[in-house]
Design a protein. Structure first.
Length: 237
């Protein structure tokens, strides 16, 4: 359950591998978008632009509902926004901007059905916010709150001017090589560290890992959990 919730909320998780193409997915949103992309390709519509007409999460539940919470709604919408802003696209559409509409702007407090159906809005009917997902003019980069239940790792606001470089000790070349392999498989442009590239020299695993790890870290919003996954030592500049 913790892994499943983290996978849905764009939070740290071990990922899910598509058995058909061996692609590893780190969130449910990319899975769903690529599923539509694959279905369209299969019937010959390879150039159709995909638009996500609505996606969101309720911030409260009723007495007979389990799952919706303010923390989970804020985590999903805030991390979705970060994911879209990164311009990474999806594994099958790297670098592709996906037009996405958040469901929804205002609560539908007159809507029938369970309480969760009335509680998707970023704002209440009077215009006051239910939570800040990072869209307000005064917002900083939104944090990644832990789900209410079960708990999972959280992130903190990202300080400006932070780099990710390999730790000076305790990290083997094999571990750094794995980092390079992982980052380059996630739509990072690794051509500069290939022979003849601008960052090929010095031709060492540590130097190449420094370039790749920091690029992956910056593109993904400088989340602290990325430093941990990458055997990374943070430095300010």
């Amino acid at each position: 359950m913790p892994e499943t919730l983290a996978f849905c909320l764009f939070q740290p998780n071990s990922g899910q591998v598509d058995s058909r193409n061996n692609i590893k997915y780190m969130n449910m949103f990319d899975v769903q978008v690529d599923a539509v992309h694959s279905a369209l390709n299969a019937i010959g519509y390879k150039d159709i632009e995909i638009v996500v007409a609505q996606t969101g999460r309720p911030y409260q539940n009723g007495p007979n509902e389990v799952g919706p919470s303010l923390d989970n709604a804020k985590a999903y919408v805030g991390n979705l926004i970060n994911h879209l802003r990164s311009n990474l696209g999806t594994p099958l559409m790297p670098g592709k901007t996906i037009d996405t509409y958040i469901y929804e702007l205002y609560d539908e407090d007159q809507k029938s059905g369970p309480s969760s159906e009335q509680s998707f809005g970023l704002f209440r009917g009077d215009g006051s916010p239910n939570y800040d997902a990072g869209l307000f003019k005064s917002s900083q980069n939104p944090m990644t709150p832990s789900p209410t239940t079960p708990a999972s790792p959280t992130t903190t606001p990202k300080p400006a001017g932070l780099l990710c470089v390999p730790k000076p000790a305790g990290v083997s070349e094999a571990q750094l090589q794995e980092n390079i392999k992982f980052a380059c498989s996630r739509e990072i442009d690794c051509s500069p560290i290939q022979q003849g590239g601008a960052c090929f020299e010095p031709n060492t695993v540590e130097s190449h890992a420094t370039y790749v790890m920091n690029l992956y870290y910056q593109i993904n919003g400088r989340n602290p959990w990325l430093r941990l996954l990458s055997h990374c030592n943070s430095h300010y500049y």
